[in-house]
Design a protein around this ligand. Structure first.
Ligand code: HEC
Length: 260
């Protein structure tokens, strides 16, 4: 009898252990990525609001020159689970962009400042224009990038901080930059971040490392805006399972109590 209950207990512990086991962080080509202790990691992780705000600032002031985040609307920036800018702030942020609307009563399309309901304005009208401005390379949309790559957040952070002079003997193709973590180690994107590239509104020193972490956290939110809801639900399910396992175990003990 003792054996059976031990086996059950062990399986519960093992199952819980497996569920919490972190995946080993590696880029697709086997280069070990830098690992960051993200606030949103783990089953109970949450986003750090000030970090999401700083990350949006980096996106807006640096990355938005080349990359779109086409699945995000301005109003999302004030919603629960995200950076939670105030609605007034979102209006101001939106008004800096221009969108084509229409047709008006005369059948003409017209330009107007963006509003909270609009998608965040893209830097280029189409992919060809984006390529033409980037030496033939297409800056991909970043909304889902943190989920599209293996170990996305660590990968993004590693790429953003992974530029270096090409090692001796490595021949770089025209217009390409050496990066330890990009597959093939030659990337068309010039190093986008360097110390003090932005001046943070909250006074945080804008080191390369800080900006890379902040913009990555922001891009994790754009890729998974419901992450916090999912973690909260996961916690409830885990609590339910633990209680349920306890109940089952008590029932089991009771049902078999007179059997030897
Ligand atoms: C001057 C334009 C430019 C700026 C500014 C820029 N990028 Fe890029 N980015 C590119 C181009 C071009 C590529 C495509 C690279 C390639 O395919 O070799 C790219 C690719 C990427 C990739 C894709 C890596 C992959 O695995 O495919 C990520 C992630 C990325 N950029 C993030 C950022 C972030 C974050 C910022 C802001 C901090 C930023 N970029 C700023 C031009 C830019």
């Amino acid at each position: 009898m003792k054996n059976k209950s031990q086996i059950i207990l062990r399986s519960i512990v093992l199952a819980a252990g497996l569920a919490l086991l972190p995946a080993a962080a590696q880029a697709s080509e086997g280069v070990a990525l830098k690992q960051v202790d993200w606030s949103f990691n783990g089953p109970f992780g949450t986003f750090d609001r000030p970090q999401l705000k700083r990350g949006f600032q980096v996106y807006k002031e640096v990355c938005a020159a080349c990359h779109s985040i086409k699945f995000v609307s301005y109003r999302n920036l004030s919603e629960a689970g995200g950076p939670q800018f105030t609605e007034a702030e979102v209006k101001t942020i939106a008004a800096a962009g221009n969108v084509t609307d229409g047709p008006n009563a005369d059948g003409e399309m017209f330009e107007r400042p963006a509003e909270p309901k609009d998608r965040i304005v893209k830097p280029f009208p189409n992919d060809n224009a984006a390529r033409a401005a980037n030496n033939g390379a297409l800056p991909p949309d970043l909304s889902l990038m943190a989920k599209a790559r293996k170990n996305g957040p660590d990968y993004l952070y590693s790429v953003l901080t992974g530029y270096a002079e090409p090692p001796e003997g490595v021949v770089m193709a025209d217009g390409m930059n050496f990066n330890h973590y990009f597959p093939g180690q030659q990337i068309a994107m010039p190093q986008p971040l360097s110390d003090d590239q932005v001046t943070y509104e909250d006074g945080t020193p804008a080191t390369l490392d800080q900006m890379a972490q902040d913009v990555t956290a922001f891009l994790m939110w754009t890729a998974e805006p419901k992450l916090e809801d999912r973690h909260k639900l996961g916690l409830k399910v885990m609590m339910f399972l633990v209680l349920f396992a306890g109940l089952l175990f008590a029932t089991y003990k009771r049902v078999w109590k007179d059997q030897h």
